[in-house]
Design a protein around this ligand. Structure first.
Ligand code: C5P
Length: 214
């Protein structure tokens, strides 16, 4: 067994996995990596350099240079960057480079929480805890809508809803590492669950796994 206790958290955008992952990492004193930021960082680097988003060789080179330490959520959270990220995320060479960096991160003792789309299936298939956090597309679109309105922005619910479905479709139907629950993942549907309830459910799953590992 490695010295790191790995918690793999997967699921679609806006299902609550980011908040949950950060809370879990804090609770257990583990490192946390939002792997979506690694795809976003590659996309942003390409956009900033004026490079194409459909050239796998160029995108792979960028992916090899990504520095996991410097990923800034605020800068990378822009909508266009998310869209571009999901386009370069279909490229196997990009995935290989980022998965290698994510695996190195997962080995940091005493433990690491990684969240993304393929952590339990591809990046850390031996993780002792795997959660798949999901919610209906309507609920996820509504959360995103409320978040934008809450920050004083303007938002169009129907456009957001279409966007959520388009992103799900691209993530679930790509050939390499499609988004899906690992066979041994615990499903947490947060459609009608508060973040606090999801956190408590996750804690009891993690505590049980930690006592099996002790
Ligand atoms: O989670 P986030 O919206 O930041 O991810 C941006 C995009 O990166 C996703 O739509 C997905 O296409 C891709 N991604 C991925 N595998 C991961 C994490 C993110 O393909 N482990």
């Amino acid at each position: 067994m490695s010295d790191s206790f790995i918690i793999a958290i997967d699921g679609p955008a806006a299902a609550g996995k980011g908040t949950l992952s950060r809370g879990i990492a804090e609770q257990y004193g583990f490192h946390h990596l939002d792997t979506g930021l690694t795809y976003r960082a590659v996309a942003k680097a390409l956009i900033d350099a004026g490079l194409p988003l459909d050239d796998e060789t160029i995108a792979e080179k960028m992916a090899r240079e990504v520095e996991l330490a410097g990923l800034d959520r605020d800068i990378l959270s822009r909508h266009e960057i998310g869209e571009a990220a999901s386009k370069i995320a279909v490229m196997p060479a990009v995935r290989r480079a980022l998965v290698a960096a994510q695996r190195r991160f997962s080995e940091r003792p005493p433990g690491a929480v990684l969240d993304g789309r393929d952590i339990g299936t591809v990046v850390c298939p031996a993780a002792p805890v795997k959660l798949y956090v999901t919610a209906s597309p309507e609920v996820r679109a509504k959360r995103r809508y409320d978040e934008i309105i809450g920050k004083g922005g303007a938002a169009d619910f129907d456009a957001i809803f279409e966007d959520v479905k388009r992103r799900d479709d691209r993530d679930m139907n790509r050939a390499d590492s499609p988004m899906k629950p690992a066979v041994d993942a615990h499903l947490l549907d947060t459609s009608e669950m508060s973040i606090e309830a999801a956190f408590q459910a996750a804690r009891s799953i993690i505590d049980a796994a930690l006592s099996r590992n002790a």
